[in-house]
Ligand binder design. Structure first.
Ligand code: HEC
Length: 149
């Protein structure tokens, strides 16, 4: 429990954004306020890092964890990815964003439905990165840290 709080605090202290620049001012990170999608992404980032910690445990047992709230949140956020309002109003003007959402969502199902394996987990993170290569370069280094070596 303590270690979770610790991770959470680290995540709060790390500033996430699509820009590469260091931010000196506290929240909101975006001068126009944080978009729904940005908030959802931060939640995903925190949630995924908790999952990473879970599956890296030596005694990790997928059958005990598959109903865990953090795994359930992955499913929950799948619909929100399409619905949440982005900072960039043009994001959804083409099918590109929704195609990346589909690929990411597919990798989430694949991860959850096949015994929570490390390679499927990493594949899911690669799908976060693919979409970010298109839309949000600044956070890729942070997302890369979610990979399990
Ligand atoms: C389908 C595309 C897509 C996928 C998949 C995706 N992201 Fe994002 N992400 C974005 C976009 C677009 C933004 C910018 C959101 C905005 O500012 O409205 C963003 C923003 C972020 C941010 C910065 C939020 C902030 O505070 O401004 C983080 C962190 C992040 N994503 C992490 C992740 C992680 C971790 C995953 C995978 C578990 C992921 N993203 C999957 C498109 C995606």
């Amino acid at each position: 429990m303590l270690s979770r709080i610790f991770i959470f605090l680290i995540l709060i202290c790390t500033s996430f954004s699509c820009q590469e620049t260091e931010r000196k001012t506290p929240k909101p990170l975006n001068p126009n306020g944080d978009s729904e999608l940005a908030l959802l992404m931060r939640e995903l980032q925190t949630n995924t890092s908790i999952i990473k910690n879970e599956i890296e445990k030596v005694n990790f047992d997928p059958s005990e964890n598959s109903n865990n709230e953090y795994f359930a949140k992955l499913i929950e956020s799948r619909h929100k990815l399409i619905e949440a309002e982005p900072s960039d109003k043009n994001l959804k003007s083409t099918n590109t964003y929704s195609n990346f959402v589909k690929m990411y969502n597919y990798s989430v199902s694949n991860f959850l439905d096949n015994n929570i394996k490390t390679n499927n987990y990493n594949n899911m993170i690669n799908n976060c990165i693919s979409c970010h290569q298109q839309f949000c370069l600044g956070t890729i280094a942070t997302i890369n840290k979610l990979k399990i070596k």
